[in-house]
Ligand binder design. Structure first.
Ligand code: GLN
Length: 225
């Protein structure tokens, strides 16, 4: 089936350009093609960010950061390509747009991906190697507490893994910021980019989202100098 037969969406779900507490001064996009994007929009809005669903190239204009949600990376990749967002998103991120990929989103960001489908469209921007579905099937999903480098170590972060990828290596430009007890890397950072194998949007702890907003705010300060 030619990918061109997937029609772009004609309307938003209602999250566009809204905020319950205007004041952070940040506009954060959430890629809203498939997967757990509503949960990200909800937490960002609670934290005071102005949020925007991203489905088409013009949705990228003026963003201070973007989140790529979990879901199914093969589907999201196809839609990115079909709706013309793959190339503009890749160049916006490559030019320094703060970006955080959760699970499928981390797969899209990784420069090197194992166990892809043939021809799977990817953004391939971040200096990490990742393996899809590396923890097994959906029924092998699990939750665990993690110490995250750069976050309060006294309060471990509740991390939910759903048919998650493993980050098999990082660097030289990226660093690991969280590992499981067996040393498996499950989160990485490269400047203003974050990649997590797990889903902070599915737990009630907003610290990861608050941290991403801090990164976006710091980046704004730097780029306006
Ligand atoms: N297994 C999915 C993929 O390969 C990722 C799962 C998720 O995002 N929870 O894209």
């Amino acid at each position: 089936m030619p990918t061109g037969t997937i029609n772009p969406p004609s309307s938003q779900l209602g999250w566009r350009e809204t905020s319950s507490q205007p004041g952070t001064g940040l506009t954060i996009g959430v890629l809203a093609m498939q997967g757990a994007f509503v949960e990200h929009l909800r937490i960002l809005t609670k934290l005071g960010a102005t949020v925007r669903e991203v489905r088409l190239p013009h949705d990228l204009e003026g963003l201070d950061g973007i989140i790529l949600p979990g879901g199914e990376s093969t589907t999201i990749g196809k839609l990115l390509e079909a709706w013309g967002v793959l190339m503009p998103l890749r160049s916006a991120i490559a030019q320094g747009l703060p970006c955080w990929g959760t699970c499928a989103g981390a797969i899209l960001m990784a420069r090197d991906v194992s166990d892809t489908l043939p021809g799977q469209p990817l953004l391939s921007v971040m200096d990490i190697s990742i393996r899809r579905n590396a923890f097994g099937r959906q029924v092998q999903s699990f939750e665990t507490d993690l110490i995250i480098e750069g976050m309060d170590k006294d309060v471990p972060f509740p991390a939910m893994f759903i048919r998650a990828p493993k980050i098999e290596s990082v660097g030289p430009d990226a660093t690991a910021i969280a590992t499981l007890d067996d040393g498996t890397i499950v989160a990485a950072r490269q400047g203003t980019w974050l990649a997590t194998s797990f889903h902070p949007e599915l737990t009630s702890d907003p610290r990861f989202h608050a941290w991403f907003l801090d990164i976006a705010r710091a980046n704004l300060g730097q780029s306006s100098l």
